[in-house]
Design a protein around this ligand. Structure first.
Ligand code: BGC
Length: 368
């Protein structure tokens, strides 16, 4: 090789080496620990908000965040989890689309030494470090209580054994264990009235993916089958309730037939102030996200997490599953027309303008 060729080769090798080193510096050099967020979908309002909030909290603590959303695709979510493990995340927060299927990817992640927190939704495996959520059974109780109160139950003279209130039960996604827990709470409240015969269940269905469009179609079919003769709907979240209200509105039943939800979404609260949705359930994600982040911080430092309680998988799922996990459930509150301003607007959980959208100026309360 001619001397200038040698020089060029040496120079280009040096350039290549420095590029490789610079590349390493971006990750290893930054010294940041990677953590992953795996969302089932961004269709429900809260998940996008929690993505923003979690990312902020984690970045403030110096973590590098990788976030993925699976658009309700169970296989895609597992692939995304595998992929984040391959990218070297040390911890994962998983909002599982499917409580059973997610266990496959989570077990692999745990085997690779990754700490997994089941965020809001259970994953059916003992290989999670913690399950952090709200009191989902209480969510269901508050939904049913809100709807029963609107029917005047207990103490009603309208609803009797001869004229029971016709109730529709609308469950959440069958692959989300929260939907099961919520239903448990709903049944606790309504069972005595069913036993007494003053209410009757005319339809009992579950909404795939908690999808508003699916919920609307489901309600259209129920209304056709029942010739519009329904007296109440115990729906399991705001998204599905609003879908069902579309179908009800077409038959003149919105604002007439009480209906529940959960999450105190902007649209749900707006529907409440318009007198269409009867009740929602407030779950303050501004409390859940920091709890999850702090817990992960402690876990990654190799310290013991406090404040958790042991629950058997059998108790949480109602299935014959072995083993137990550590969990924490935050309290929830019922939201109605009477307290939406104090609870949701004043606390800035939802913006005033969203909650009072389309409400004439004269009918709005003062801006807090
Ligand atoms: C959550 C609810 C949410 C629903 C649909 C449930 O697991 O607990 O807050 O409305 O999923 O995304």
């Amino acid at each position: 090789m001619k001397p200038n060729r040698v020089l060029i080769t040496i120079l280009s090798l040096m350039v290549m080496a420095s590029m490789v080193l610079a590349g390493c510096g971006a990750t290893a050099g930054s010294g940041k620990i990677k953590v992953g967020l795996s969302f089932s979908d961004f269709a429900t309002e809260r998940w996008k908000n929690e993505d923003t909030l979690m990312r902020k909290l984690l970045e403030e603590k110096g973590y590098e965040v990788i976030s993925q959303e699976a658009n309700h695709d169970v296989k895609l979510q597992n692939d995304q989890i595998d992929n984040m493990v391959a990218q070297g995340v040390k911890c994962l927060f998983v909002i599982a689309e499917d409580v059973s299927a997610a266990a496959t990817a989570v077990d692999k992640a745990a085997k690779a030494g990754v700490k997994v927190i089941a965020y809001d939704r259970l994953i059916k495996t003992q290989n999670i470090s913690a399950y952090l959520s709200f009191d989902n059974v209480e969510v269901g109780r508050q939904q049913a209580l809100g709807v029963m109160t609107a029917l005047g139950i207990p103490g009603s003279t309208t609803w009797t054994k001869d004229n029971p209130a016709k109730v529709v039960l609308s469950g959440g996604s069958p692959t989300d264990n929260n939907a099961v827990l919520v239903r448990q709470g709903q049944m606790e409240v309504i069972q005595p009235y069913l036993d007494e015969g003053i209410i009757t269940v005319v339809a009992d269905q579950w909404v795939d993916n908690w999808d508003a469009g699916n919920a609307q179609k489901m309600m259209e079919n129920i209304l056709t089958a029942q010739a519009n003769k329904i007296d109440a709907v115990i729906a399991s979240n705001d998204g599905t309730a609003l879908g069902e209200l579309q179908a009800m509105k077409a038959q003149g039943l919105a604002g007439v037939v009480p209906i529940s939800g959960q999450d105190a979404t902007a649209d749900g609260c707006n529907s409440i102030v318009k007198g269409e949705q009867t009740v929602s359930v407030y779950k303050d994600i501004r409390l859940l996200s920091p709890k999850a982040v702090d817990m992960m911080d402690v876990l990654l430092k190799g310290e013991t997490v406090s404040g958790l309680q042991e629950y058997t998988l059998k108790l949480l799922t109602g299935e014959e599953l072995a083993g137990s996990i550590q969990a924490l459930f935050l309290p929830v509150e019922q939201v109605t027309k009477d307290n939406v301003y104090d609870l949701i607007v004043k606390s800035e959980f939802q913006p005033y303008d969203d909650v009072y959208r389309d409400i004439p100026e004269a009918d709005r309360p003062a801006k807090p």
